[in-house]
Design a protein around this ligand. Structure first.
Ligand SMILES: Cc1ncc(COP(=O)(O)O)c(C=O)c1O
Length: 441
């Protein structure tokens, strides 16, 4: 077949000969607008505060290597074979032990091992979403979840978030609006602990209230919790799944507490949903990687994994402290959240600035961040940016924030020069107040 050039809705041309053949859902697989810039941003001279990569160099690589060797010596043929679509019983037992740390008690049969929690998101969405169904999600929300929901043609409806997490009153209001419009709401997607990207944590009272609201409205809760064990001061409130079993699908992951390279996550689901998840898992991938599961299992059995998570906490706490201190020193007027764990700080820019438009200039100054627009399904978010403190060293974080201050102050000077008294004057929002972080809804 020769290459044809198609005009599409008068909006341009393309050189893909299969352009007219794709399923409608493929339209939801859009390239991130900032991906091209991130290719530039990954140059070594650029300080990246953009990605969410765990600092795997802090892992005890000798213990992981020993686990790997033992798996190959003792169970090689099994580890290299296909496995069960639900995951190995041994790993599922160990996952129960991990979840018990967050107050969750379930049976080993209720756990389904997935290829990272990203695949858990995909499977749950595949099971529940017809085109046009509504997924409720915090505003902002995890960019990878937005991508999955879009790929199944869900309508994503954002619900306000503040420094205490998802706002129950806003949830109630949104459900009423959508119901009045005749929409079908399938589930609420929420990241209660050390939110990506907002860095905030849902209070216990709100967990209880949100579960009540969802129960009353027949809405399933999809609780995504990859960061819960990475707390800096004290553990967050116990999981929503610890309060409610029947109405919650819980997603966990070894990506942030061990290593993302294993690609091992899990779902804990009520009985009927779990059965469907296993079938969907088998249809998607036959079985999660036996090899990864065996190595992770062996590591959990033989290493002091709790001590290793504590080491991660120390590493990330120091980086969080460094980033917040550098922001206070170099950008004291910026409003931001105060993460008690996880990887991210959410920054509110003065009203005149646009985080997406400013990114090329930042990369030119050799610093990168993620513009807030990545975390909204509706184009909002220009007034925000996500800064990650997980990967760069403290020294690099300081350098990155100094560069960011040059960029932001340069942009402010520019707008103030052109309109010193008018609409480009600094927004009162940018005046940092002592006390709670800003409302970031
Ligand atoms: C909130 C959230 N959910 C899910 C994932 C996917 O993680 P994985 O598939 O590596 O378990 C991430 C990764 O950054 C995340 O931040």
């Amino acid at each position: 077949m020769g290459i044809t050039v198609n005009a599409h809705n008068g909006s341009g041309t393309n050189l893909d000969p299969w352009y007219d053949h794709y399923a409608d859902r493929a339209a939801g697989l859009s390239i991130s607008e900032v991906r091209a810039l991130f290719a530039v941003a990954s140059r070594p001279e650029v300080v990246s505060l953009a990605g969410g990569m765990p600092f795997v160099s802090a892992l005890p690589s000798d213990l992981i290597r020993a686990s790997f060797d033992r798996v190959m010596t003792e169970t090689g043929p099994q580890a290299l074979q296909y496995g069960s679509g639900q995951g190995t019983p041994a790993l599922r037992e160990q996952i129960l032990e991990i979840m018990a740390l967050e107050g969750i008690h379930g049976g080993v049969d209720d756990v389904v091992v997935t290829t990272g929690s990203q695949q858990g998101l995909d499977l749950v969405t595949k099971l529940f979403i017809n085109p046009g169904d509504v997924v409720l999600a915090e505003a902002p929300s995890y960019v990878g979840a937005i991508g999955v929901f879009r790929s199944y043609q869900a309508e994503i409806s954002h619900v306000a978030l503040d420094e205490h997490g998802l706002v129950p009153a806003a949830l109630r209001e949104r459900i009423a609006e959508l119901t009045a419009e005749g929409k079908t709401i399938k589930f609420l997607y929420t990241i209660p602990n050390f939110h990506n990207p907002a860095g905030v944590t849902l209070t216990w009272e709100r967990r209880v209230e949100i579960l009540e609201i969802c129960r009353a409205n027949g809405i399933l809760v999809l609780e995504d919790n990859p960061y819960g064990l990475l707390y800096f001061d004290g553990p967050p409130p116990q999981a929503m799944r610890s309060i409610e079993e029947d109405g919650v699908v819980y997603l966990g992951s070894f990506s942030k507490t061990l290593a993302p390279g294993f690609r091992i996550g899990w779902a804990l689901a009520p009985h009927a949903i779990r059965e469907k998840l296993i079938l969907a898992n088998e249809s998607a991938i036959l079985s999660p990687s036996s090899f990864s599961q065996f190595v992770v299992s062996e590591y959990l059995r033989s290493a002091d994994w709790k001590a290793q998570i504590a080491t991660f906490r120390d590493v990330y706490r120091e980086r969080r402290d460094t980033m917040l201190a550098a922001l206070d020193e170099h950008l004291p007027d910026l409003a931001r959240t105060q993460p008690d764990g996880g990887f991210y700080v959410w920054v509110t820019l003065p009203e005149s600035l646009d985080s997406k438009a400013m990114l090329p200039r930042a990369v030119k100054e050799l610093v990168a961040y993620t513009p807030g627009t990545a975390f909204y399904a509706n184009g909002d978010g220009r007034g925000f940016m996500r800064l990650s403190f997980c990967y760069p060293t403290p020294e690099t974080i300081r350098l990155g924030i100094r560069r960011l201050a040059t960029v932001i102050n340069g942009e402010l000077d520019l707008v103030n020069t052109f309109s010193p008294h008018g609409r480009f004057a600094r927004d009162p929002r940018s005046t940092k107040v002592a006390g709670p972080p800003p409302n970031i809804s």
